[in-house]
Design a protein around this ligand. Structure first.
Ligand code: AVJ
Length: 315
């Protein structure tokens, strides 16, 4: 981890414009902050998707074409705390489906917590966690010929640029078999009035989450970022449909990072791009899958029409 962290930070801060990869938000502190974000008033995404998973559970099972009599693997990419998935697990368990739950996450800490909570709340559900970058984990899917349903929830795909997301879905398709399913949860394009506060909550959790990148560089790579001299700044325009997070330098300053043996200059007002969170509509989804081996089976939305779960079939 440390080796790739070093490499990615060096590369990101050496490019222009400067970037820092959002996947490094998620250490113990970041996981904690993300849970707080999910419970915040402004971050509607989790509640909206939970609404679908709570009120349309049987519909989800039906659209995934799961059968009580046939063993399957329920794979979740970027499982986090599994709050939404547990609704589905509970129903599958009650109805006597036979399956293994295989959550994948970049954070070992999140996986350990998830395993504990599933074992406690749903002791009959078999859970096998796998830590890793989900790009890499895709490869290992191929080894099993069991029927699969892959969950990719929370608009996690929104962190990828469209060309990367297209590639990702294409790749996923190559590693699955005919009639396997993908359930893709995405946030829908809507007004800035609703989206901007979701990325700038009043309690400051999102700010701290974003700034945790600098904190981690200080802690793990011996950086001397003065966090007071940088500010969290989100942007979103409905016409573009992409929420963006930046860290903006408040002064002209140099930052030294010991373990890289490098110094980086930041001009006053210079922005470091830390995350994109893309929002979707049917057209964008169709575009993402058009060259892939998936076709759209159905779309479920929450009561406010903020969020969608697209169910795709591997042809
Ligand atoms: C976990 C990637 C879906 O992009 O909305 C929350 C992360 N960033 N607040 C998102 C996040 C800022 C979140 N995802």
């Amino acid at each position: 981890m440390i080796a790739s962290f070093k490499k990615d930070i060096e590369k990101g801060l050496s490019s222009s414009p400067k970037t820092l990869p959002s996947k490094y938000f998620y250490d113990e502190i970041g996981d904690d902050l993300f849970v707080k974000i999910m419970h915040s008033e402004e971050y509607y995404l989790t509640r909206s998707e939970l609404d679908i998973f709570t009120n349309q559970t049987l519909q989800i099972i039906k659209e995934l074409q799961l059968e009580q009599s046939t063993y399957f693997e329920l794979i979740e990419l970027g499982a986090g705390d599994g709050l939404k998935t547990k609704q589905l697990l509970k129903k599958l368990n009650e109805e006597g489906y036979k399956f293994d739950y295989l959550p994948v996450d970049i954070s070992q800490n999140a996986l350990s917590n998830l395993k504990k909570s599933v074992n406690k709340e749903l002791p009959n559900v078999s859970i096998k966690t796998q830590q890793g970058d989900y790009f890499k984990v895709l490869e290992s899917l191929k080894n099993s010929k069991k029927p699969k349903a892959v969950l990719f929830l929370g608009s996690n795909i929104g962190n990828m640029r469209d060309n990367i997301a297209t590639q990702f879905i294409h790749n996923l398709g190559r590693n699955l078999n005919a009639n396997d399913k993908l359930l893709l949860g995405v946030d829908l394009i809507k007004s800035a009035e609703i989206i901007k506060p979701a990325y700038n909550d009043s309690q400051g959790y999102t700010r701290d989450f974003n700034m945790n990148l600098l904190f981690r560089i200080n802690k793990e790579l011996g950086g001397n970022f003065d966090l007071e001299q940088f500010k969290h700044e989100p942007e979103y325009e409905e016409s573009e449909g992409i929420a963006k997070s930046f860290i903006v330098s408040q002064t002209d300053q140099d930052v030294h990072i010991k373990k890289l043996d490098m110094t980086f200059h930041f001009a006053k007002g210079e922005k470091i791009s830390t995350e994109i969170s893309r929002k979707y509509n049917d057209e964008i989804i169709q575009d993402l899958i058009k060259e892939s081996s998936f076709s759209l089976v159905s779309k479920l939305t929450d009561s406010k029409d903020y969020f969608a779960n697209y169910i795709l079939n591997r042809n």
